[in-house]
Each structure stands twice: as structure tokens, then as C-alpha cells.
Design a protein around this ligand. Sequence first.
Ligand SMILES: O=C(O)CCC(=O)C(=O)O
Length: 353
Amino acid sequence: MFISILSRLTTQKTGFLKENVKLVTNAIQNHYRFLNSQVVKFTIQTDNNLGQTISYRYTLDDQNNILSKEQRDFYEENGYLIVKNLLSKDYLDRYINRFNEYATGQLKPRPDLLLQKELATKSENIDEQSLYKIGELYADDVLFGYCKHPRILDYVQCMVGPNIMAIHTMLINKPPDRGTKSSRHPLHQDLHYFPMRPADRIVCAWTALEKITKENGCLVAIPGTHKGKHLEHDYPDWEGGVNKFYYGIKDLSVQDARVHLEMEPGDTVLFHPILIHGSGVNRTNGFRKAISCHYAPAEAEFIDVCGTIQEKLADEIMTIFLKKYGTIEIEMDYATLWKLRARKVRGIGEYKL
Ligand SMILES: O=C(O)CCC(=O)C(=O)O
């Protein structure tokens, strides 16, 4: 079903006219119809050193041979892979400086850049303590440079294939905890947010912009859970609440097997969207910054999440979207919202808004 929610866009905020929105929506549908007609068939069989045929499911053959066999096997088995020192300090400084320009008000954000405040500082002005997350990084050339970085894309291609879209982008600044623990991110699976499939061809790249440890709230993951199912999620029942959209897995029984992903600046973890992961409280006096991008193939299938376990979150995200852009009526659904936000970063089928 294409039309599930009637949404409203504003001319002032987006600069779109009603007719243009319709044209854009049609163009996106045609674009994905074109890409879907060219779906790449992914090979999942290869030989191991003993001459036996083994199956790889989560990584692709014949991409750019950048993954060593050990790295590939590790990702297949655990659902994540840390690549040490992938980005140099110049790049990290560039992203941190850009964050600081927004946090200090030196730079005015484009209307489509999302500046999100931490729950504990909701009523405060934007500064380094309150500015928790910058989203929709395509609205900033410097930050979007991360999503297009060839060193990142060379690894991403091993999971996604040659035609790559950036589907979800964030710079996350976890501030020192003020006793509320509100910057914790409950254990979740990222697929819960995404209306595209197949899950095995989606991957997140998450790069430490500074040293990230257990004390300042590193990522935690449960290795091997990418082989499981997409589980039911909801807001956790935490005293003091939880940040907007921080859904966690309901009734999770395997908490004890978690590992802490401590990382040096420039280290990058790639992880599967069904891997169960989250992050802890920042118990230090410093900030914990990371930048991330989720990627999917340009040929991905967009699904209708109505009637699925994703519907509640999708409705919540659509409601926020409508509130932000509210005056012209257009027809829009959750999948189209994600198509509008996706940007082609490598390969064929370039689509520019
Ligand atoms: O950076 C964090 O603290 C958590 C990020 C995360 O879990 C995610 O992006 O899915």
C-alpha cells in the first residue's frame, strides 16, 4: 500500500510547492522501480583454504577484496567487525569542528539538518552539553563527507554491494551524565527503524571521533545475534525516561553475553542491522562523540510496515515529520519518507533531489 498516512509539508520550511512534492514522489517511485528491475544477484558461495565450499551469507564475494578472510569470517560469525584506525585525525577533527560550530551557534543549520537535544537538557539552549545528536547529515557537506568517504565505502561495499545508498546518518555526542542516565541507548536492532530489505545487505559504519571506553558509554553488542530474528521493540520502562525514538527490545533474555566495543579515535565498527546492541551512560566529565551512517543497496526493496512490529515506531516518526513540515497536504508513507532521505553515495542509479 503506498498511501498510508496523509502528510503535510510546509512551503516556507522546505521550499517545495505542492506540485513539486508530487513530482518528487513520482520521480522517486520511478527511480526505485528502475533499480528494482536491475536487482543484483549476490553470490554467497566461496572456497575455503581446504578446497571445501563454504557459504557466506552476510558478506559478498567479488567486491574489492578489502576484507581479509579473518575479518570476513569474524563478521559472518559475530555480526560486527572493528576496523582499526580507518579514518585519520584530519577527518575526525573536521567532523568534531563542524559539530562545535553548530553547538556554539557559529553556524546556522540548514532547516533539514536535525539538531536533537538530550532528554536531561531538553529545556536548555543548544550547547555541547545539550546537543546530543545531529541527524540528516546530507544537509551538511562536511558531515556528509563521512558517509561518502571512500575508505568507509570500500568496507561497506563488502556487505551492501556496488550500488550504495546512505539511508540514516548521525553524529552522536554523549554528554557527561547528570545523574539521570538518560543518554543510555537500550539494547535494540536497527532494522526496527528501516523499511528496506533484505536485512543482510544493510550495514552500519560507526566511527569513534575520540577514545571511546566503557566509562564514557561505548557501544555494547551481543555477538552472533544478527543470525536471529527481528524482535519486538518498545520504549523501555526506565525511571527518568529515555530519549525520543530510543526503542529497546521487549523481554530480552540474553543480556549476559554482551561485549563492550572500546575503540580508539578513527576506529570504525561495521555492524549488521539485526545485531543486538546499545550503549551505556557516560560516567566521565568529557564528551563521547561518534559519527555513523547506515547503508543499503540502491536496489533495496522498500516494504510497507503497516500491520508489522515496526508500525508503532513508524507512526511516531511520521508524526514528528508532519509536525516539522506541516502545512501542505501530500500523500506520503513511511517507505517514501525513507526514500526522500536516502542519498546515493556509490555506483549506479544516482538520484538527486
Ligand atoms: O552511539 C550510540 O551511543 C548508540 C548508537 C546506536 O545504537 C545506533 O545508532 O543504533
